[in-house]
Design a protein around this ligand. Structure first.
Ligand code: ADP
Ligand code: MG
Length: 364
């Protein structure tokens, strides 16, 4: 049987460019070579697409992979829109590839934009579609959808950057009255804790709102949630399954960018030490969150679990979670009985199943 050609799109125009390269490296080392042939497609930080000739240059060295993304990598450069004829977007890729794995995180990777492009190109791809990806990326929309689905979401407020700049006193007063201190301030659309602060007083709150306003026109302010940070993996399309939950113990005051990518000192415990009933509740809520945003393929749902207060809150859904072999999502599945290489296989099959399912839709 001919091998399926997997277009592995990685890199991209986001703060999580490097993490995505690491995830792509992991996938390349673990994918079942009997079944799949990998075509690496690197996107530079400037947004240039490079289609590599073979996965060979992508080895476990960050330096080398970054070079592959550079202009002298010898990869074939493709132009997405400008060179296409008769409106056939990505036609070049369609001849070379059977299924795409967009292993990219954050804006332009996990937010529906690349998913939209792949829909137009009629290419099957791993993970949630345009809607799930976009909703999962926007913390304000995500919370609204979760609330509507009856999921437990902490108190929050949303302001436009314009409202903050035009009427700071009103915004500060409303936040203090509604949420109090400490509170969390976040740009609505970003990941990796970029632009996120914890404010303990009015001075810090002002600074935090200014910072978040550098990254997005929409700002989300949340009440402090207490408890442990528990995460749960979801895998599947219309009948998804949940993994055993895992726990993160950040090495800093909260799980900020440094704790995630620089200090490397946060602790992951899988399975999370939770009693069986609580673990089951987390899994149930993870599946409901997945369905609430109409996700597909994979997602990691993150929670705050306060055992003393007997409270669980959904913090967020990540529709393309970190995917290195040692990332939380693959490790939670490994602990559930699905090896990393089987997980990749399952995700590619789910992408193809979803594509086939969609073909049943009558167009007119
Ligand atoms: N409301 C909150 N209460 C307590 N801690 C929070 C709250 N919101 C975020 N945090 C902390 O900040 C981290 C990053 O926030 P999160 O919303 O997960 O952003 P990102 O999408 O960048 O991962 C969380 O993992 C947690 O440690
Ligand atoms: Mg998070």
């Amino acid at each position: 049987m001919a091998k399926l050609r997997v277009g592995l799109i990685y890199g991209g125009r986001s703060g999580e460019h490097e993490v995505s390269i690491l995830s792509a490296n992991s996938v390349i080392s673990a994918i079942n070579r009997q079944k799949y042939e990998v075509v690496p497609i690197g996107i530079t930080k400037e947004g240039k697409w490079l289609v590599g000739q073979s996965p060979a240059p992508l080895v476990e060295s960050k330096e080398l992979t970054v070079r592959l993304l550079g202009s002298d990598a010898g990869g074939e450069e493709i132009s997405l829109m400008s060179k296409t004829k008769s409106g056939e977007i990505l036609s070049g890729l369609r001849d070379k590839i059977d299924v795409i794995f967009p292993v990219m995180h954050g804006p332009f990777g996990e937010d529906g934009t690349i998913q939209g492009l792949l829909e137009l190109a009629e290419l099957p791809y791993v993970g949630g579609g345009v809607l799930a990806s976009a909703v999962g990326m926007d913390k304000a929309l995500m919370k609204a959808v979760f609330k509507q689905a009856g999921l437990p979401v902490g108190d929050y407020q949303v302001y436009l950057r314009k409202e903050w700049r035009d009427n700071p006193t009103l915004v500060l007063t409303e936040i203090e009255r509604g949420l109090g201190y400490p509170c969390f301030i976040k740009p609505a659309n970003l990941g990796s804790s970029v632009g996120i602060s914890k404010a303990h007083d009015r001075m810090e709150l002002k600074k935090a709102l200014d910072l978040a306003a550098l990254y997005d026109r929409k700002l989300v302010i949340e009440k402090l949630l207490t408890g442990r940070e528990i995460e749960c993996g979801v895998l599947g399309n219309d009948e998804p399954l949940a993994s055993v939950p895992g726990e993160i113990i950040p090495c800093t005051e909260f799980y900020d960018y440094d704790a995630k990518y620089i200090l490397n000192d946060s602790q992951l415990t899988i399975p999370a030490p939770l009693d069986a009933a609580l673990a089951q509740k987390v899994q149930e809520l993870a599946l409901r969150s997945f369905k609430a945003v109409d996700c597909a393929g994979l997602a990691r749902v993150d929670f705050f679990v306060d055992i003393d207060k007997n409270e669980i809150y959904v913090n967020e859904i990540n529709t393309m979670p970190g995917f290195t072999k040692i990332s939380m999502y693959p490790k939670m599945w490994e602990a559930t009985g699905v090896s990393y290489s089987d997980l990749i296989d399952r995700l590619l099959q789910l992408a193809l199943e979803r594509f086939e399912d969609k073909k049943q839709n009558k167009i007119s």
